[in-house]
Ligand binder design. Structure first.
Ligand code: SAH
Length: 361
C-alpha cells in the first residue's frame, strides 16, 4: 500500500490545494480543520459533514498521523513532559508548563540540533533530521487532547518553539506549523502568544518577518563576539551586530513590540558586572526584554549556574539601565524538562555524540 498522506502536514492554503487538486471544493479544508483542531476528531468516519464518498476516499488515502507516546511524566511543579517516537528510530520531547494565568507548550522543531552550543544537552545528542510540519503540529494535537481531557477546556494558551532543534534551520515546516497554530480554524492562538526562539539565523529572521511575524526570542547569551562565538558557534557566521540589525528590522518600527533576548547564566563565564555593562550598551536602541535563564545542568556539561545573588545583581544592573529584565523560573528540572535539558533520543547522524564520548567529555 502506498503511504497515506498526513493531513497534519498541510496548513490551510496547502490543504485547500490538496482538495482542489482532487476536484473537491476548497471549503473541505475548513471542515476538516475544524474536526481535527477544534473538535479533536482524527477519524474521518466521524466527520459527518464531509459526505460518504469523500470520507471513504480520505480513509483510504490519508490519515491524521500522531507519533506514539513513549513516556509521559509529570514534575512535582506540574510541568509535564512527553517523549514521542518519530519514524527513523529517534524520539523527541515536548513540555507543558502550567502557570496561574497561562499554559505554555514548548515544542521541538528538529530531531537533535546541528548548532553545538556548548551548554546545551540537545547539542550533545547530535543531529538527525528536520521534523515535518505534521510532526511539529502533532505535538500540540497530542498535548491538547491529553490536557483537555483532564481540564475540559483548552489549556494551551501559548506556544514557544524552544524545544529541541533550531527552528529557523527547518524554516518551511516550522512556518506551516505556526500558521496552523495561529489559524482560527487551527489552534486560534494570537501571534503574540506564539514565540519562535533562534540562536541567530539571520536570513531566517528576515524571512519570518514577512511570512509569519510571531513573537521573536533570540538566544544571545553573551555581549561580545569573542565570548559568544565560544559558546554559540553560530556566532561565527552571524555576528552580534548583524544579528541585532536583523532584530531591529524584524520589529519594523512597531514600537509596541520587543525582542526577547535569552541569556543563560553561566558562573564565571558571562555573569560579571562587566558583561552586564556591555549588554546594556549593546541593547541601546533595540526594543528589548531580557530573560535571564539560570543554567540547568546536564550530565557531561561542564558549567555551573551563577549564584542567585550574582543573577540578582546582573538583573538589577539591566533594570537600572531601563531594560525590562526577568529571571526565568526553572521548571520541571526534576524530570529533565527544563531549558537546555531536552535530549530525547537521537540517532546521531553527525556522530557528534560518539566523538564526545570517545574524547571522554
Ligand atoms: N535553538 C533555538 C531554540 C532552543 S530554545 C535557540 O537556541 O534559541 C532553548 C533555550 O534554552 C535557548 O535559549 C537555549 O540557549 C537555552 N538553553 C540551552 N541549554 C541550556 C541550559 N543548560 N540551561 C539553561 N538554558 C539553556
Amino acid at each position: 500500500m502506498a503511504t497515506r498522506v498526513n493531513i497534519l502536514d498541510y496548513d490551510r492554503a496547502s490543504l485547500e490545494r490538496y482538495f482542489v487538486d482532487q476536484g473537491e471544493n476548497a471549503f473541505r479544508a475548513r471542515q476538516l480543520m475544524k474536526w481535527i483542531y477544534q473538535r479533536r476528531v482524527g477519524d474521518f468516519a466521524q466527520m459527518t459533514d464531509l459526505g460518504k464518498v469523500l470520507r471513504q476516499r480520505l480513509s483510504e488515502t490519508a490519515e491524521v498521523r500522531l507519533p506514539r507516546i513513549i513516556a509521559d511524566r509529570v514534575s512535582v511543579d506540574g510541568t509535564r513532559k512527553w517523549l514521542l517516537a518519530v519514524p527513523g528510530g529517534s524520539a523527541i520531547e515536548t513540555v507543558f508548563i502550567p502557570e496561574t494565568d497561562r499554559g505554555t507548550l514548548c515544542v521541538s522543531s528538529q530531531v537533535g540540533c546541528s548548532l553545538n552550543c556548548t551548554f546545551c544537552a540537545t547539542a550533545r545528542q547530535g543531529y538527525n533530521r528536520n521534523l515535518s510540519t505534521g510532526e511539529i503540529i502533532a505535538q500540540l494535537v497530542i498535548a491538547d487532547r491529553l490536557l483537555s481531557a483532564d481540564a475540559g477546556e483548552r489549556v494551551i494558551t501559548n506556544v514557544v518553539m524552544m524545544g529541541m532543534g533550531e527552528p529557523l534551520l527547518n524554516y518551511e515546516s516550522v512556518v506551516s506549523a505556526m500558521r496552523l497554530m495561529v489559524d482560527d480554524l487551527g489552534f486560534g492562538l494570537s501571534r503574540r502568544r506564539v514565540t519562535l526562539s533562534t540562536a541567530g539565523v539571520v536570513p531566517g529572521i528576515d524571512r519570518l518577518a514577512s511570512d509569519c511575524p510571531v513573537s521573536l526570542a533570540v538566544s544571545l547569551h553573551a555581549p561580545t563576539d569573542e565570548l559568544r562565538t565560544s559558546i554559540v558557534p553560530l556566532n561565527r557566521k552571524y555576528d552580534i551586530a548583524t544579528l541585532l540589525d536583523a532584530c531591529k528590522r524584524y520589529l519594523a518600527g512597531d514600537n509596541r513590540r520587543r525582542i526577547t533576548f535569552e541569556y543563560v547564566m553561566l558562573k564565571g563565564v558571562n555573569d560579571g558586572d562587566r558583561h552586564a555593562r556591555e549588554l546594556v550598551r549593546l541593547l541601546q536602541g533595540v526594543p528589548a526584554k531580557v530573560n535571564l535563564i539560570p543554567f540547568n545542568p546536564s550530565p557531561g556539561i561542564d558549567y555551573e549556574c551563577s549564584d542567585s545573588r550574582t543573577i540578582d545583581r546582573f538583573r538589577e544592573r539591566l533594570l537600572a539601565a531601563g531594560i525590562m529584565t526577568i529571571t526565568r523560573k526553572t521548571r520541571g528540572d526534576d524530570i529533565d524538562a527544563a531549558c537546555g535539558q531536552l535530549a530525547g533520543s537521537v540517532l546521531d547522524r553527525t556522530r557528534r555524540s560518539a566523538r564526545l564520548q570517545a574524547a571522554g567529555a
